[in-house]
Design a protein around this ligand. Structure first.
Ligand SMILES: [Zn+2]
Length: 280
């Protein structure tokens, strides 16, 4: 079982974060891009020095890092785009994003980082379109983008909550069929289950497990079903508990404690239960 922490909410910088998780006995950290550790500059340049730094920290502390650059904002031709907007944009912008991912992939190889990049599916953000039309467009361009992407790292596409549950953050990924359409027969694209997002979606976990793709990683957190609050996961703030317990046993890739909790005692309890494959 490969347990992992995350850098968001933890410590002032990536080294501090790493030390916090190490103090819990966790030797793997998922790196989200943050303001003081952006990975990618707003002009779209991938920051080589951030990846070098992680390579050095890996050696110094005997840890591993993988990536979830979900929050990347870049400016192209005066307009701001999020990395997850990539599929609803013009071909030119899409190529820019493909280049960014290719660059990240090269820096992962060069610095011997853990070869997993976790991304979201396209957003449903097409001005003037109805929801159904927007979904069709997003599926079409997502398919085109991901199926033509040539990189060595594994891509993990993350499940998300139903769009209407969180209006400011509507994207594909709440239905198994979105993954089937977008991944098709493409190798090295797999699925990341987020238990908190599942708790805010109609689709049962089984539908995602039954897809012909590997579950490569798990984002382990819970919520009240209304907001994506990233609480310590338990039997009451997640769905499909038995299946999640089975996944904990089975998954080879990182099980990420994607939580906001700061209490050392609660976290240590969670880690122990998780190692035993139990959700309390
Ligand atoms: Zn997540």
């Amino acid at each position: 079982m490969l347990l992992a922490g995350q850098n968001k909410f933890w410590g002032k910088n990536v080294e501090e974060t790493t030390k916090v998780w190490l103090s819990f006995g966790i030797k793997h950290v998922m790196i989200k891009n943050t303001e003081n550790f952006p990975l990618i500059s707003t002009d779209g340049t991938v920051r080589e020095k951030d990846f070098k730094k992680l390579g050095k920290l890996q050696e110094e502390y005997d840890v591993k890092y993988h990536f979830h650059p979900y929050n990347t904002m870049i400016k192209l031709n005066g307009e701001k785009y999020r990395l997850q907007n990539l599929d609803c944009l013009s071909n030119k912008t899409r190529l820019t994003f493909a280049k960014i991912l290719k660059n990240i992939d090269e820096l992962i190889q060069e610095n011997n980082l853990y070869p997993l990049i976790v991304l979201h599916l396209p957003v449903l953000d097409y001005p003037g379109s109805e929801e159904k039309q927007a979904a069709e467009k997003a599926l079409e361009s997502g398919k085109e983008f991901f199926q033509s992407l040539e990189i060595k790292s594994t891509i993990g596409l993350e499940t998300t909550h139903d769009p209407y549950r969180n209006p400011g953050f509507s994207l594909l990924g709440n239905k198994a069929l979105h993954f089937a359409e977008i991944i098709g027969n493409k190798k090295n694209i797999n699925i990341v289950i987020d238990t908190g997002h599942l708790n805010m979606a109609e689709e049962p976990l089984k539908k995602f497990i039954d897809l012909p793709y590997q579950i490569i990683s798990l984002h382990f957190n819970g919520n009240d079903g209304k907001s994506d609050s990233h609480e310590i996961p338990n039997r009451n703030n997640m769905k499909d508990i038995e299946l999640v317990e089975k996944l904990l046993e089975k998954i080879k890739g990182p099980i990420v404690f994607e939580i906001k909790e700061y209490s050392k005692e609660n976290i240590l309890k969670l880690i122990e239960n998780t190692r035993n494959g139990k959700i309390i």
